[in-house]
Design a protein around this ligand. Sequence first.
Ligand SMILES: [Zn+2]
Length: 394
Amino acid sequence: MKRITFLIFLTFTVLISNLPVFAEGVSSEITVFTDIPPDAWYIADVNSLTEAGLIDCSEGRFYPDKQLTCAEAVKLAVSINQLHYNGAVLIEQGEPWYKPYCEYLSDIGVDVSALDMEAEATRAEYIYIFASALKDSDLEAINQIPDGAITDVAADLPYVEAIYKFYRAGIICGSDENRSCHPDEYIKRSEAAAVAVRILDKERRIRFDMKEPVKHTLEVIDGVTYIDGVLIVNKTYPLPPEYAPGGLTKECSEAFVKLQAAAWKDGLNIYSVSDYRSYEYQKGLYQRYAARDGAAAADRYSARPGHSEHQTGLAIDCNSVYQSFADTAAGRWLAAHCHEYGFIIRYPKGAESITGYMFEPWHIRYLGNEMASKIHESGLTLEEYFGITSEYAE
Ligand SMILES: [Zn+2]
């Protein structure tokens, strides 16, 4: 799609929407939506789409963090298709409201019958819907993305072709250091707006290099697993019973003293309620929990012997082992600053299926400043960062 075409959209829709036309580049900070902060990263994108008449602004709110449904994605894709190839959006709503949009896609050979229209669209589904509604000539490759380079998009994943097409065309560029796609995650309206603008305006597409996927080295030394030199213990990777540092390691305890001093300066008391636990101690602990709550429940919050990070001498439980700790001043401080002293919150909220444990705002793991900061900035769990699982074998 050429730049000029997009400007024509703007002019055309101004006639029907009575909105002011912003200068070329459309980077104005003015928004008609009351729920978009003036410094939002997506503000220019939302403005462009509003001016193009592709976003309904009658309600005065945009709901930037709301997830887009498949039906909404289909409507937006069809509208963009019609504007671009026919010069105007001619479709009217039916019953259910999105039916005519689905029929339109079906008429141009796009099969959306497998999608649940009223469910939130995953990123993969969103990309598929849009990639299918456009001609290949409007998705020319500007980036070199070798097959297999997007590490979280397996070759047999549905919509893999559409995802690569969008990366190559610079419409999406991935997140984190590997430029991961997160195909199964949902897409927010703010993100959807940015993607739609890059579809419409070739000048807004992103040129980038796809680095070789980061490869991690896994070594097992005397029964202990290290990835890139980082000792790993979780439900997949146990420690042998004889692994017994006897207490916190020197580096970990020195780092914790520094963390405590910094928190104290901020008027907060952070203290250990449990740190090193031997294999035998953990065995007794787990057995008591399993006897009380059953093994399945115990597995959500307590490690089986050999699988506890506390056996490493690198993990500390701080202050209170209740999830409400997260909402205390000390809990918030720990989450915001522990990486500065070499620690991470090991079991973050909403990651139970990845780490194997429910949210533990009190449990910190020592990794050293560099690795802790890298993981903190990535927003990933240790498991995701290293691409490993945390599941008991049986
Ligand atoms: Zn713990």
